[in-house]
Design a protein around this ligand. Structure first.
Ligand code: FES
Length: 166
């Protein structure tokens, strides 16, 4: 996917900023993701050239750390725990419900750009399974009804933000 000139400029500026630091690649990738919301493929050659690394080295780091996104994500990230404790308490049914109600598979974003659905493997909340993380908040004992309420909350929040912006 291509990137805009503004995004390209922003990446080049950040490369310039982190270039003098030894071990600057990771903080640079975090800074790019913080700025653009993801690390586009088109950033790899700019980073490689700026930091005097091979493209393969840059790709290797991006793919090793699962926190780096390589495509744009929604305004909210919804993660469903797929690890053992949550599975034993019904997270498989919950993920089937979530995929069906949102019309998404893992890694996909709703057409309005509101929600990206992702799997996650243990949120450290095993005693209160099944667990779901929405952005930075963790929710416990989430069943289908609770999930729907949480999604309604996200969508209402977005609708009222849009209304107040008008
Ligand atoms: S297994 Fe889901 S929070 Fe630990």
């Amino acid at each position: 996917m291509g990137i805009s000139q503004i995004e390209q400029q922003s990446i080049s500026d950040l490369v310039g900023q982190y270039k003098p630091l030894s071990g600057g690649l990771l903080p640079l990738l975090h800074a790019i993701q913080g700025d653009l919301g993801y690390v586009p493929d088109a950033a790899v050659p700019i980073i490689a050239k700026g930091l005097n690394l091979s493209r393969a080295e840059v790709h290797g780091v991006i793919s090793f750390y699962h926190d780096f996104k390589t495509s744009p994500v929604g305004r909210h990230t919804v993660q469903i725990c797929r690890a053992e404790a949550c599975q034993s308490m019904g997270s498989r049914e919950l993920e089937a419900h979530a995929k069906q109600t949102l019309g998404l598979d893992y890694g996909e974003t709703t057409a309005d750009g509101a929600i990206t659905l992702e799997p996650v493997y243990c949120l450290g909340n095993c005693a209160c399974s099944p667990s779901v993380r929405i952005d930075n908040d963790i929710f416990a004992r989430v069943n289908g009804d609770r999930f729907d309420d949480l999604m309604d909350g996200l969508l209402n929040e977005h609708a009222s933000a849009e209304r107040s912006a008008k």
